[in-house]
Write a protein that binds this ligand. Structure first.
Ligand SMILES: Cc1cc2nc3c(=O)[nH]c(=O)nc-3n(C[C@H](O)[C@H](O)[C@H](O)COP(=O)(O)OP(=O)(O)OC[C@H]3O[C@@H](n4cnc5c(N)ncnc54)[C@H](O)[C@@H]3O)c2cc1C
Length: 292
């Protein structure tokens, strides 16, 4: 039976939200942009009795620079993540991922905190945040603050490390090293729909380089690819990374959009392509054809 009566609150400050969660976290559903929660309610997949909206909590809409990282408030909408110069400079792949989410309505209302909390394996932030080694900021009136690596926060499809008394208050994205580059690409059958596979990379010459792919399992596939640099980033290294990604994607699930084998192959193709794109940018070369 789906409940039609909902107890709704929209506190004005973070302390009030955290106080509610500290006392009754198990019974409360947080509402951010509503772009995943409301469709789930419409489909009967969620039927919350008590909803606490973050819409009036202004402090969650801030973007701060802590020197080493950009800290994006949980209520910052995708459109702002896509266009904010501080994020574009610190983590270009994250800004690109935000710009490709859904359509303009979804990007205006949907938030970064809502997306990571919802933990859809096909969400665009998954690969880009993991490649940039971002951390999820969790606050609780009872247990204080903790930061969890995005790759560890996203445990399974629709399952995160968040505890009932905690709120996702932001995402901390380390600034890329000087000279490093990052890229994000996705593959979807229809523009505006969820990606079948997505890939992000951060490449540095002589530094730490990462790859992450999304949509290929219940959790993200992410690993350090610095060792593949060898004599320098180029086509051979991109091929080696692509094959390593294929091997790592050993828990791919099929669904209505794609079977598992196709998804895994798409992960390989897009890993190769994203590394080639980043390599071209790193080496200041113009790409042509399918990689451009
Ligand atoms: C038509 C359509 C197309 C879409 N296409 C894409 C796409 O291509 N790529 C993509 O990545 N996404 C896509 N989305 C999803 C979209 O990005 C959502 O905005 C996002 O998944 C959820 O963000 P939200 O702010 O709307 O969260 P909500 O819907 O408000 O909440 C989602 C879930 O997270 C919980 N929650 C929200 N905020 C917090 C918080 N701060 N702390 C703890 N828990 C919280 C809620 O209780 C709920 O369970 C699409 C959505 C629609 C409707």
């Amino acid at each position: 039976l789906i409940s039609t009566e909902i107890d709704f609150e929209a506190p004005e400050d973070l302390a009030s939200v955290l106080a509610i969660l500290a006392d009754e976290g198990d019974d409360v559903t947080i509402l951010s942009g509503g772009m995943s929660l409301l469709p789930m309610m419409n489909l009967g997949l969620a039927s919350p009795d008590r909803v606490v909206s973050l819409r009036r909590v202004a402090s969650l809409r801030q973007i701060e620079d802590d020197g080493e990282a950009v800290v994006v408030g949980g209520m910052v909408p995708h459109v702002v993540v896509a266009t904010e110069p501080a994020i574009q400079a610190a983590a270009p792949a994250v800004a690109t991922a935000a710009s490709l989410i859904g359509d303009v309505q979804v990007r205006n209302r949907g938030t970064i905190g809502g997306s990571v909390s919802h933990a859809d394996p096909a969400a665009d932030y998954v690969a880009s945040l993991c490649a940039h080694r971002a951390q999820i900021v969790l606050d609780s009136a009872r247990t204080g603050r903790r930061l969890v690596a995005a790759s560890e926060f996203l445990i399974d499809a629709m399952l995160t490390d968040r505890q009932p008394e905690e709120l996702v208050t932001g995402v901390r994205i380390p600034k890329m090293a000087a000279g490093a580059v990052s890229e994000y690409i996705r593959f979807a059958r229809v523009e505006g729909s969820f990606a079948i596979a997505s890939a992000a990379t951060v490449l540095a010459s002589g530094g730490k380089s990462m790859i992450a792919v999304g949509g290929v399992g219940p959790g993200p596939v992410v690993f350090d690819i610095s060792a593949h640099e060898g004599a320098g980033w180029g086509n051979e290294a991109a091929e080696a990374v692509a094959n390593a990604v294929f091997d790592a994607c050993d828990n791919v699930q099929g669904d209505i959009a794609s079977d598992a084998d196709y998804r895994r192959e798409m992960a390989r193709v897009h890993a190769r392509r994203v590394v080639r794109r980043a390599t071209a940018r790193l080496n200041n070369v113009q790409l042509e054809g399918g990689d451009a």
